[in-house]
Design a protein around this ligand. Structure first.
Ligand SMILES: [Zn+2]
Length: 249
């Protein structure tokens, strides 16, 4: 359900995708949803087969390839032009994917049997962590609240400034809560008098003196409040996620 919500399926051409699929394959700390990038996983799989061919020479299939195509040469020198598609694919991996994953030939000899996942992570490379990861990754509150909070943090909710950017016209720009200002992300969370008053009352309940700020500042402040494992940090996380969800709803 979440996937369909985020990504325009073939049957639903009228909807825009909220977040790029490649972004969703990033780890949660980098603002993604940790979906598996199936193409990259396939590359890792082929790399694992190549590693087995280099290191598990006692296996029958590896023995066969070494005897039939290798004829005494090392794996790195074999160019099996007559081999089947599958075998050729495995050998091509040594040039492309192994370098991409940052494995050197020497390292290959000493590295413990790598899991497909570890190769996948090396192929993925490093990610810049998002500053608001602490608010999302603590997983306090209902998953649907966190899901919407994540979209708000990524600035991907259907606010009217975004809809206009997509070239949509004839949209009701006014905030339905106060009928006073355009429904932008900064307005809804929480400079809007209506949603702002709800947020201030919840902050009071948390014994925090707050003022109504726009979403950018609100998010920065939340990063500070949600640091650490104190119960207050956890409650703040839950209250923010619930407020964003229900105001948006
Ligand atoms: Zn409003």
């Amino acid at each position: 359900m979440c996937k369909r919500f985020l990504w325009t399926g073939k049957a639903e051409l009228t909807r825009k995708s909220l977040v790029a699929w490649s972004r969703l394959c990033h780890p949660q700390s980098a603002g993604g949803l940790n979906f598996i990038d199936i193409f990259l996983w396939n590359k890792s799989d082929v790399c694992k087969l190549l590693w087995n061919m280099c290191m598990k020479k006692d296996k029958l299939w590896a023995k066969w390839i070494h005897a039939y195509y290798g004829k005494g040469r090392s794996v790195w020198e074999i160019e099996p032009k007559q081999a089947s598609w599958v075998v050729q694919k495995i050998f091509k991996a040594k040039k492309k994917y192994f370098d991409e994953a940052g494995f050197s030939r020497i390292e290959l000899q000493v590295v413990q049997q790598p899991s497909i996942k570890s190769i996948y992570q090396r192929l993925q490379g490093q990610f810049d962590k998002v500053s608001w990861k602490g608010i999302i990754c603590g997983k306090q509150g209902s998953p649907k609240w966190i899901f919407i909070l994540r979209l708000a943090a990524l600035e991907r909710l259907y606010t009217c400034d975004r809809l206009i950017k997509w070239g949509m016209d004839n949209i009701d720009e006014q905030c339905q809560l106060c009928r006073g200002a355009p429904k932008t992300l900064n307005h809804v969370f929480f400079t809007c008098p209506f949603s702002g008053s709800i947020w201030l009352r919840l902050l009071q309940w948390l014994h925090i003196n707050g003022t109504n700020m726009g979403w950018d500042d609100e998010l920065k402040l939340a990063e500070t409040w949600c640091k650490g494992r104190s119960s207050r940090a956890k409650v703040y996380e839950i209250v923010l996620a619930a407020t964003v969800y229900y105001v948006w709803k």
